[in-house]
Design a protein around this ligand. Sequence first.
Ligand code: ATP
Ligand code: MG
Length: 138
Amino acid sequence: MQRTLAIVKPDGVASGLIGEVVKRIEQEGLRIVAMRMEHLTRSKAEGFYYVHRSRPFFNSLVEFMTSGPCVLMVLDGPEAIPRWRALMGATDPQKAAPGTIRRDMATGIERNVVHGSDAPDTASYEVNYFFTGTQISS
Ligand code: ATP
Ligand code: MG
């Protein structure tokens, strides 16, 4: 059993894609155990993407992630981390496999609609970054 963090990024929310993303998560058989909308502050977005702080795209990424509300979700299921990453597709939508969220809906390498944790340690950190235990259904 794994737990992972999923985000519908501001481009996805603005484009009316929340329902489509949620539908794909549920059809995959992953369980949504927490969900809320949040417009990230600059410091919250900077903290979330702290590992990327030295990358050339960091400031632009933080601008983008604070440009409108996100939908934050916690997903549970067997192999939830790789299964959610597989639904998302590669970071660059042009390299993402057909049928993935990013290939079908993303408009660029930055504006790529969704986020997913990439490993058990980052998943645990990211879930706890946004949710407390009592906000997650068992
Ligand atoms: P995420 O962490 O959002 O799930 P990811 O793990 O596929 O995506 P990362 O390498 O962790 O990709 O990059 C985090 C985010 O930074 C990407 O989703 C994208 O929005 C942005 N990003 C990554 N690489 C670039 C780039 N070369 N140019 C612009 N933005 C980028
Ligand atoms: Mg990442």
